[in-house]
Design a protein around this ligand. Structure first.
Ligand SMILES: Cc1cc2nc3c(=O)[nH]c(=O)nc-3n(C[C@H](O)[C@H](O)[C@H](O)COP(=O)(O)OP(=O)(O)OC[C@H]3O[C@@H](n4cnc5c(N)ncnc54)[C@H](O)[C@@H]3O)c2cc1C
Length: 450
């Protein structure tokens, strides 16, 4: 969505908008509102994003030591990751940094639409428009490691109908390392910072290290936010407040403001089954080069760095010989985000049954391709966070869920009522685009719809 059209600056009085969060949803909303002539303040809790160099092999000897003792140790290595334990059996990861989770994504870009029909929301127009402006292509098969090719072929023979994964990146800049989730050192991978880079100082002003604590309410209408920056606190006023702090961040702000959020958090649970294949070197290829879609989950080749670093059962196999097959599951929407940002969520019986089915299939594909056991589970975690401000059927015309007060909008994955078991950046962006256009129609009717 680069330089799609000039910024509209009419004669109307400038309307001030606050957008909270610079991830897939927030960056999309900020861009669209600025184009429509709003003066946008983009408030981001995290710091400027810096990728971790891909020379991280020095970390391997530290596995199991006090420095990498468990998943919370990631903050010593890569502070942009925020880790929340939701229960004994589930860890949640998210990017709290400029660009949000897009800065640490694998760059996979697909339409995730589970549950949209139920609420009569058709995002085809937004999907198409966003896709048209982005460099989306699959990873050429020559760049896949031989074992990944083998697994693709065997999966096909076994009837899983695998497909190369669409990725959003400038192919010529991609060196094919396996470290997309630590940030892209060559700048090949797209992330949402690119959506507002050309608008900084021209309609968008970005403030990093600015954590929004609460929404300021006056007579039942949102009038601004309370922001903390280091040890200081500030009240920032605006005509429109748009929360796009992600499935956890948005719900946390709502609850801390005494407003409602739903106990409907979903996280798209990830479980990577680890096997062994000597010299497979799966870290020397982009992650998730292909995927096979099942009804409730996808299967995809994946070296789970977090399990490699922090998960004891993965400890005895060196990186070069570790292979993995990810199950990404559309989980039960049953999580709660509390006002202090903690999360409570458990896997249900249905989740566990589906994971078990995926586990057997993952192992079958790996074995058919020549990988051997022991096959061990990786860390169960989630990082696609949505559902806490779910749109309902009656909301889709206004894109303003009825639980939100006047003047307050949500433009992120929180709006998506159902889990996906699929990559979700594109969906978060498409929802935000629709929301921003609704806001523009309401607040600046002359700005119009393109
Ligand atoms: C490791 C990982 C890999 C992923 N890979 C892919 C992939 O390959 N493809 C894909 O489609 N999806 C991927 N996802 C998921 C995808 O990135 C997210 O679903 C998507 O970015 C969600 O968009 P969002 O706007 O809802 O939230 P986010 O992108 O998470 O943005 C939320 C923003 O709000 C900020 N924030 C939070 N709280 C506050 C506050 N109080 N005040 C101010 N700012 C705040 C955060 O720092 C962040 O910048 C991945 C996720 C993870 C964790």
């Amino acid at each position: 969505m680069q330089s799609r059209c000039p910024v509209h600056r009419g004669d109307e009085k400038t309307v001030k908008a606050i957008v909270v969060g610079s991830g897939a949803g927030g960056a999309t909303a900020a861009r669209e509102l600025a184009i429509k002539g709003f003066e946008v303040t983009l408030l981001e809790a995290g710091q400027t994003f810096n990728p971790l160099t891909h020379h991280v092999s020095w970390l391997s000897p530290l596995r199991g030591t006090i420095l990498l003792k468990d998943e919370t140790s990631i903050k010593h290595v890569f502070p942009h990751y925020q880790v929340t334990r939701a229960g004994d059996d589930l860890v949640i990861f998210r990017g709290v940094t400029e660009g949000g989770c897009t800065s640490i994504s694998c760059g996979n870009m697909v339409r995730a639409e589970n549950g949209l029909k139920e609420i009569a929301l058709d995002l085809t127009r937004e999907f198409t428009e966003i896709e048209r402006t982005l460099p989306i292509s699959t990873v050429p098969r020559e760049i896949w490691r031989p074992l990944t090719q083998q697994m693709f072929d065997r999966a096909k023979e076994l009837g899983f109908s695998p497909k190369p994964t669409p990725k959003v990146k400038t192919a010529a800049k991609c060196v094919g390392c396996g470290y997309c989730e630590l940030g892209c050192v060559t700048g090949a991978k797209w992330d949402s910072r690119l959506l507002y880079a050309d608008l900084l100082g021209k309609g968008v002003s970005l403030r990093t290290d600015s954590q929004v604590k609460q929404v300021i309410m006056e007579n039942g209408t949102a009038k601004g936010v309370v922001v903390s920056h280091g040890s200081s606190t500030e009240h920032v006023k605006a005509d429109v407040v748009v929360l796009a702090a992600g499935g956890i961040g948005t719900a946390q702000i709502l609850r801390a403001s005494g407003l409602e959020a739903k106990d409907n958090l979903w996280v798209d649970i990830v479980l990577t089954v680890g096997g062994v294949a000597k010299g497979a070197k799966m870290l020397n290829e982009p992650p998730m080069a292909w995927f096979a879609k099942k009804e409730h989950y996808i299967l995809s080749p994946y070296f789970d760095l977090l399990s490699y670093w922090f998960h004891k059962p993965w400890k005895n196999v060196p990186a070069d010989d570790r292979v993995g097959m990810m199950i990404k599951l559309a989980d039960t929407e049953n999580g709660t985000v509390h006002a202090d940002g903690t999360v409570t969520k458990t896997l249900t019986e249905v989740d566990n049954e589906r994971l078990e089915q995926g586990r057997l299939e993952a192992q079958e594909i790996m074995q058919a391709a020549g990988a051997i056991g022991p096959f061990v589970d990786g860390m169960v975690h989630g990082g696609h966070l949505g559902g806490t401000v779910p749109l309902q059927k009656g909301d889709t015309e206004t894109m303003h869920p009825s639980l939100l007060p006047q003047g307050l909008w949500v433009a992120d994955l929180s709006l998506m009522p159902r889990s996906q078991g699929l990559p979700t950046m594109l969906t978060a962006a498409a929802l935000a685009l629709r929301v921003a256009r609704r806001i523009a129609q309401e607040k600046m009717p002359k700005g119009g719809d393109p």
